[in-house]
Design a protein around this ligand. Structure first.
Ligand SMILES: [Zn+2]
Length: 256
């Protein structure tokens, strides 16, 4: 247990120094990693590490080319504690569930929560680099890269690859069969589909009063933006959390 805590501290510190995490994000990573390590042992921590390291690399990959997207998305740069909670909160809950009832369904729900988080992160971090403009999943009209609810072929492929990578990463630890592999990848991918659907419909959107761009930011060009659509309390982090929660919950109830 001390070893798990120590390793989590080292990873969180490295994430902070590499500017993948803010200070609050690093502190919550210690909590998340320790709870997940408590529930699922080294396997749990390892899978969290695969998500954390590949997602940080995905964010930094061609970061310069993604600069225009920073204009649209609510947050860019190092992840704060709300973002860590949005991505790892469900994982923590499944770990606590595992400690309390030791039902194997918690383990599958945990894998799905990490697969969904990875799928969503990869889909957006790589998807914004797609050559063609993404289209709204609801109206199919072209939208600016980075707009929540937008999909591209490349982004969708990377969402599938991200979910699959997490499920395959469990292979050295769990003897998953072909059917189980397919089911867990599908659940993971469903998380990013829910994320995109919520992003296209009920996530709050604003418009800049200066440049007229649609954005998730409350401030643009130093002016407060005008509300356009969506539920005002539902930002990107909450959508992320709900998407991962729904994918993990469906998985849990099917295997419980
Ligand atoms: Zn503007």
């Amino acid at each position: 247990m001390y070893a798990i805590f120590l390793v989590t501290c080292i990873v969180a510190y490295a994430g902070y120094r590499l500017r993948s995490l803010t200070l609050s994000g690093a502190l919550l990573t210690v909590v998340t990693g320790t709870v997940i390590g408590y529930g699922f042992g080294w396997f749990g921590l390892y899978l969290l590490g695969v998500f954390f390291s590949t997602s940080s690399l995905a964010s930094k990959y061609r970061a310069r080319d993604k600069a225009p997207v920073d204009d649209i998305v609510e947050k860019s740069g190092p992840r704060d504690f709300v973002q860590v909670l949005a991505n790892g909160g469900i994982g923590m809950l499944t770990a606590i569930g595992m400690v309390v009832t030791s039902n194997e369904a918690w383990l599958y729900a945990y894998i799905v929560s990490i697969a969904a988080a990875t799928s969503d992160t990869w889909g957006s971090e790589f998807g914004v680099l797609a050559k063609q403009k993404p289209r709204s999943i609801m109206t199919l009209r072209p939208v600016e890269p980075g707009t929540s609810g937008g999909v591209s072929l490349f982004g969708t492929v990377m969402s599938i690859v991200g979910a699959a990578m997490i499920v395959f990463a469990t292979y050295p630890f769990l003897g998953l069969g072909a059917m189980m592999t397919f089911v867990l990848i599908a659940f993971g991918l469903s998380g990013s589909v829910v994320d995109t659907l919520l992003g296209a419909t009920v996530q709050r959107k604003y418009r800049c009063r200066v440049c007229g761009k649609l954005t998730e930011k409350r401030l643009h060009h130093n002016e407060s933006t005008a509300y356009v659509s969506g539920w005002r309390f539902l930002g990107n982090d909450a959508v992320n959390f709900l998407a991962i929660a729904s994918a993990a919950a469906i998985c849990f109830f099917i295997f419980a």
